[in-house]
Design a protein around this ligand. Structure first.
Ligand SMILES: Nc1nc2c(c(=O)[nH]1)N[C@H]1C(S)=C(S)[C@@H](COP(=O)(O)O)O[C@H]1N2
Ligand SMILES: [Mo]
Length: 562
């Protein structure tokens, strides 16, 4: 860094702008960490971007970036702000007031975004960001100007930068010494700002994490209550939740082995948590303390009801259900489909207690972050296992799954039904209310389509000739799967062996022994038939606006020595 030519006036001004921006954002994070509720400008802007981008763009991001869509969004927002910071730094050298106004404008964007997301009073961190930004920009740019007095003749400067007005020619004679001291001051200041920023950002994130830790502790104590009760009566039959809480009204026996062939590469019947697909519009996973949480049932009901977490967890009608969730964005052959055992309260019971008024035709679930999903009242009351779920696979819902409570409704896609971080159930009409994704053009009613998938072999896999195991899953929640068929190239359809059916709300594994695989490239195609005898449609549809359809096909290479 001894080379003074690296520190041209423009470069040091840009560096000043970048550092002031980093420090301003870090100060915002620190402020956001101090008072729960105060919102970091980065988070507020990111959330607003999610809300403001057109539906198709949001859908593209969800489908193509998968669970990376949030880091990508935050990274993109930060990169954009840093570029602006550098530009404002360069501008500040000659037009400080305009640059300062630019920083203030960025702060205002943060405040506006916060007001848009929560309330303007949570925008204090954006104010802190703007104030720190302007102050540091002023300080750094001044020191930078002093430091970058170029002692060499201007013609030596390949960038053609001119020293700023404050560094007159009379400085040139002793510029060497004065410049070196000023450079040390500037670089020392820059280093300190960088260090302080890192400390503020880390401190802010750690403080903000406190809320998450309190919630994790609450979750862990429920989990250990379950574990304690389970080990107290290890011989008890029935499910973990029944043993734990002792009051599940309709506990399920453990799943029979026969539901899972245990084939390598085939999706296990119960999806491990880290493989369970995740789709939500939440930028930061909401951390909801079950203590202050409640579920309110209101709208077109005879009697508004409100339940606390413990109240729901201790209800005598707690039930269990194995249900496979599916996302409407799942492409043919995609993996936005996963299965779990859910424990919770039958939604129909809660609605009956509240008394659904005549005319109400939509049940809307609303989350702590205002996301909404809605489905027909008939779906909630037709006898299917629609539940307000508290546990997933015998454990309190993980934070990403909607702790403390979520809705799980078999047979309809997640975007209309599976509200995570549930806090309200509102009875209304389809005419009066459009849920989150309906506002973005997706269909109002979204029954899951009959689908089947080949998991083994993988697309383009090389397999040895002779007998090849072909296996996968098929689903048509609430109806069930009665037959799965495989075709090699344009040959006959071959009926696959089906695993045991857990119930009609879950996917079903299948396998088929391809006994005479001959060398060469072959196309495998799968199709399922549901329990009503309806064959999965061959007609290709993209996910938008109501779920993909069509048969999954893949190519495999059969070759000696594969
Ligand atoms: N609060 C909230 N709940 C939500 C969503 C969301 O964005 N916010 N996404 C829904 C969608 S589109 C799907 S497919 C399921 C996915 O649930 P999972 O992430 O547990 O797999 O959650 C649903 N519940
Ligand atoms: Mo979804």
């Amino acid at each position: 860094m001894g080379d003074m030519r690296l520190l041209t006036p423009r470069r040091s001004a840009v560096l000043s702008g970048l550092l002031a921006t980093v420090a301003a954002l870090a100060a915002g994070e620190l402020a956001a960490g101090i008072v729960p509720g105060w919102t970091s400008p980065v988070e507020a802007v990111g959330l607003s971007v999610i809300d403001l981008v057109p539906g198709p763009v949001e859908r593209w991001a969800i489908e193509n970036l998968g669970s990376n869509d949030k880091p990508a969004l935050i990274g993109g927002t930060l990169a954009l702000v840093l570029i602006l910071g550098g530009v404002l730094g360069a501008l500040a050298r000659t037009r400080f007031r305009i640059a300062a106004a630019g920083v203030v404008a960025l702060g205002l964007v943060g405040i506006a975004a916060t007001a848009f997301q929560t309330s303007i009073t949570d925008g204090v961190p954006s104010v802190v960001t703007a104030v720190v930004g302007v102050a540091l920009l002023g300080l750094l740019v001044r020191k930078a100007a002093a430091a970058s007095t170029d002692p060499a003749p201007a013609t030596d400067d390949p960038t053609g930068d001119q020293p700023s007005a404050s560094t007159g020619t009379e400085n040139r004679s002793n510029g060497m010494r004065a410049g070196a001291a000023d450079r040390r001051v500037f670089l020392g200041l820059a280093g300190s700002v960088a260090l302080a920023s890192a400390a503020a950002a880390i401190g802010g994130r750690t403080l903000a994490g406190r809320q998450g830790q309190a919630v994790e502790a609450a979750r862990a104590s429920i989990a250990s209550e379950i574990a304690g009760a389970t080990s107290a009566s290890p011989d008890a039959v029935g499910s973990a939740t029944e043993r734990a809480l002792g009051q599940v009204d309709s506990p399920l026996p453990p799943l029979p082995d026969g539901v899972d062939f245990g084939i390598d590469g085939l999706a296990p019947f119960v999806t491990p948590e880290d493989e369970f697909y995740r789709v939500d519009a939440a930028l930061v996973v909401p951390r909801v303390d079950p203590d202050g949480w409640s579920l309110r049932i209101h709208g077109m009901v005879d009697q508004e009801l409100e339940f606390g977490y413990e109240e729901l967890l201790r209800r005598p009608d707690l039930m269990e259900a194995d249900i496979t969730l599916t996302c409407v964005s799942n492409e043919v052959g995609g993996d936005l489909v996963s299965s779990a055992r859910w424990t919770g309260v039958p939604l129909a019971n809660l609605l009956e207690e509240a008394g659904v008024q005549a005319g109400a035709d939509q049940v809307v679930g609303r989350s702590v972050d205002d996301w909404t999903g809605g489905f027909p009242v008939d779906v909630a009351t037709d006898g299917r296992n629609a539940i307000v779920a508290l546990l997933m696979n015998g454990q309190p819902l993980p934070a990403e799954r909607g702790f403390p409570a979520r809705l799980v409704v078999p047979g309809i896609y997640g975007y209309v039904s599976a509200t995570k971080w549930l806090t309200e159930i509102e009875l209304t009409t389809f005419a009066d209310f459009d849920m989150y994704w309906v506002q973005r053009g997706w269909d109002e009613r979204a029954p899951i389509k009959t689908q089947s998938r080949i998991d083994v072999p993988a697309p383009l896999e090389r397999v040895a000739p002779g007998e090849v195991v072909v296996a996968g899953v098929a689903w048509d929640q609430t109806v069930g799967i009665q037959k799965v068929e495989i075709r090699v190239d344009d040959g006959e359809w071959n009926e696959a062996e089906l695993a045991l059916e857990a119930n009609a709300d879950t996917w079903r594994q299948w396998r088929w022994a391809w006994s005479d695989a001959t060398p060469g490239s072959h196309r495998l195609t799968v199709r399922a038939t549901n329990a009503n005898g309806e064959v999965q449609t061959e007609e290709r549809q993209p996910p938008f606006p109501n779920g993909a359809s069509g048969w999954m096909t893949l190519l495999v290479t059969v070759a000696e020595g594969a």
